[in-house]
Ligand binder design. Structure first.
Ligand code: T4K
Length: 364
């Protein structure tokens, strides 16, 4: 399968949750929740980590905290959650193209999309590749826009000593079962400003500012204690887990980097990766076979590679064709040809080799 959830030793998780039978405090900012927020601040090198029920709702809550209106510049090459969060908050997505080296937003194309209605830029650190924050920040400052990162894939990624979660006015992390670090379901909103962390607390708890104070119509996006406990266990082993992914990812790179017609994501200078995904882009004319041929060959051997991200999120049916894929040509081309190969903690070199052999033998 494209990925496999990391699991802590069973007994360790049981020990972690056993106190819940005494306290019977199962959700609403309990002990485990508070401890995990603190530990994540330490690990990620940030100050305001607000846990949420999942990454998607964390993103919606961030938009709610900033009370944004109008248009948000984002990319269509992402999991549909990014676009949905913008739409569900009553905002209009404006799609910017990506660059074809690391598949993050093309910073040279942002400025021409800014109008008087633009209120924020929401780029995505796709596959854990970091966006060009320096350029994005400059543009945002010039036009007084918020920068909100979809950092669902970027847990623990560090560039020149600064953690991905520290970038932007806010960042969202996903702790879904399929992610590098998970809490079964879960996510976090990370804010530069502690006042916004406080507001998040209200947004994720029905808009209540006290037990009987109904300030606004908020939703329910709280993380429960069983999920937070899973996070505490997984965080203890996160460095080993990333090291194991690294081994597999480096093996893929070694085997596939010189195969004609296969493009690998560029290695970013100064970036300590988390090895979240291993995408390949198939250039069919050079490679001699299409992405779909590779998918079929792998699937015959019961190997589940996935087309993350296809189709573009600008093609959501309810947009009724309002956006054209030709307007984001690089995103369109990558989306039509990209394939994520299996990558997870404990993936053995022999399995990586078997997957690479199947791909290489297709054109031999
Ligand atoms: N932004 C971005 C850029 C994202 O990628 C995501 C989520 C979000 C925002 C939203 O964050 P969350 O609200 O989810 O926290 C999966 C995940 O459900 C989704 O979290 C993730 N991105 C997306 C890229 O992938 P599916 O529909 O492809 O997952 P599924 O069920 O097919 O699982 C994929 C493979 O993972 C399976 O073949 C086996 C393995 N798996 C799956 C589950 C559910 C496990 O090993 N254990 C499991 O519990 O969406």
């Amino acid at each position: 399968m494209v990925t496999r959830s990391s699991m802590p030793p069973m007994q360790e998780y049981f020990d972690e949750i056993s106190s819940l039978w005494e306290t019977r405090w199962l959700t609403n900012s309990g002990e485990k929740h508070m401890e995990l927020e603190k530990r994540l601040c330490e690990y990620l090198g940030v100050s305001n980590v607000g846990l949420c029920v999942n990454g998607h709702m964390a993103l919606e809550c961030i938009l709610e905290v900033f009370d944004l209106k109008g248009e948000v510049i984002t990319t269509p090459f992402t999991f549909v959650s990014t676009t949905n969060a913008i739409v569900r908050r009553g905002l209009t997505p404006v799609f910017c193209d990506i660059n074809d080296r690391d598949f993050t937003i093309d910073v040279n194309k942002i400025e021409s999309l800014i109008t008087e209605k633009t209120s924020a830029i929401m780029p995505v650190h796709v596959y854990g590749n970091l966006c060009d924050d320096e350029k994005i920040r400059k543009i945002a400052d010039k036009y007084n826009l918020k920068v909100i990162y979809d950092a669902a894939h970027a847990f623990g990624v560090v560039k020149n000593g600064v953690g991905a979660a520290a970038l932007g006015d806010a960042s969202m992390l996903s702790f879904h079962a399929t992610k590098v670090f998970h809490t079964i379901e879960g996510g976090a909103a990370i804010f530069k400003d502690s006042e916004n962390y406080k507001k998040l607390g209200y947004c994720k708890n029905f808009g209540m500012t006290g037990p009987e104070d109904l300030a606004f119509a908020g939703g329910n996006s709280k993380m429960n204690e069983f999920c937070a406990a899973m996070g505490l266990c997984n965080l203890r082993r996160i460095d080993e887990s990333i090291a194991s992914r690294k081994e597999a990812a480096l093996r893929y790179r070694e085997r596939l980097q010189n195969v004609k017609g296969l493009q690998l994501a560029a290695v970013q200078e100064g970036v300590k990766s988390n090895y979240a995904y291993f995408p390949i882009v198939v250039k069919a004319e050079e490679f001699g076979k299409t992405r779909e041929d590779i998918v079929s060959a792998l699937s015959e051997s019961n190997i589940g590679a996935r087309r993350y991200f296809y189709p573009l999120t600008s093609s959501i049916q309810s947009f009724n064709g309002a956006y054209r894929s030709q307007d984001t040509p690089v995103a369109n081309r990558i989306s039509q040809n990209v394939l994520c190969l299996p990558l997870y903690e404990g993936l053995e070199t022999a399995t990586v080799d078997r997957i690479c052999d199947i791909i290489i033998n297709l054109v031999r």
